[in-house]
Design a protein around this ligand. Sequence first.
Ligand code: FAD
Length: 396
Amino acid sequence: MSQVGLQLDDEQKAIVETVRDFVDREVIPVADEMEHSDEYPEKIVEMMKEMGLFGVTVPEEFGGLGQPLTLYALIVSELSRGWMSLSGIMNTHFISSYLLRKHGRDEQKEKYLPKMAAGEVRAALSMSEPGAGSDVAAITCKAIRDGDSYVVDGQKMWVTNGLRAGIVTLLCKTDPASDPVHRGISILLVEKTPGEENPAEGLIVGKNIPKLGYKGVETTELTFEGHRVPVEQLLGEEEGQGFRQVMDGIEVGRVNVAARAVGVATRAFEEAIRYAQVRETMGKPIAHHQAIAFKLAEMGTKVEAARLMLLNAAQKKDAGERSDLEAGMAKLFTSEICYEVCLDALRVHGGYGYSEEFTVERLYRDAPFLLIGEGTSEIQKMVIARQLLERYKVET
Ligand SMILES: Cc1cc2nc3c(=O)[nH]c(=O)nc-3n(C[C@H](O)[C@H](O)[C@H](O)COP(=O)(O)OP(=O)(O)OC[C@H]3O[C@@H](n4cnc5c(N)ncnc54)[C@H](O)[C@@H]3O)c2cc1C
């Protein structure tokens, strides 16, 4: 793929190259089998820790690599080219570390960021509930202050890394009666023992929710019943900032989803163009039938455009410019084309694309999640349209 639009120094290029080699050597040979058996990639995660991948954007003073979002996005694309679930293990951890870095108090940064950068403590981000996904402000999980702690009660849903996380970045209502509603929402940094179903008093981790794809990484429910969280675990200085904080986190999360989409679509394209040159029908490789050649041309073009939109959104954010529109557009476009490219890759494989023996089957099951996570395509369109109407406002 082209390097147009990419502004990386030699060290950064070397990091991306190292991750690409790691994916080719350690991930691609085992990913299909581990995904089919829904196996958590312990050994691969250990190697990712050693490479510093859990602290790519964490500042060096806290033990991270201190790299920009653009580099993180390229790393996520490489990992997702191998196996999207690896980026799932990193993503809510990355958003949580971003939120701590941007909105946390100094003592919270000092306490958590070094361990998070090392991957020693990993984080989950819990916003969704059985009755609230797109409508974030509709959450009902409440945290009511009682002396030196908050008492948390409520049901959380779809918590990726819910079992293995040592910290849950929890969106909850510290003032359920607040009007406007979003001013009653806060974030608590909930500590728990990783890997345990009853990790703390009043906190239960539900079973791993069986999923269409995106296997290997667990997604769980969390039940809070009178769970006490010390008041110093409130993210930032004051209550009522959680909605604003989490929306900031979701903006970089959208770049992350776009990066995954580019990685998965790139792999689907690579698998298809390879197969099209070795599979013969009617006396020639299928790549030489115009119908398939045109499909490959469309797939390659979509992947290239997706990659440029991803880089544009990430680099704008790194430059300190407002980038919510670009992040939304990148998330929408890349996830939609990823699904299309995966379906086309499956078609190029004919019947074999439907078989578990070929990677495109897995890619095709992974792709739809990208249409949903960090805001569905419908929600992206609402966000994009709102901003375009602001920018192109006609005074009447
Ligand atoms: C595998 C997986 C992992 C996840 N991991 C996490 C996680 O780690 N942490 C977390 O907090 N959440 C997580 N989620 C939840 C995810 O963020 C939500 O599923 C997503 O935000 C959509 O919410 P919902 O499922 O409640 O759908 P709903 O909000 O009920 O939406 C249903 C449909 O209605 C559409 N819709 C909703 N509102 C509107 C509207 N106003 N206008 C037009 N259309 C609308 C949606 O686009 C969608 O098509 C995960 C989900 C999955 C599947």
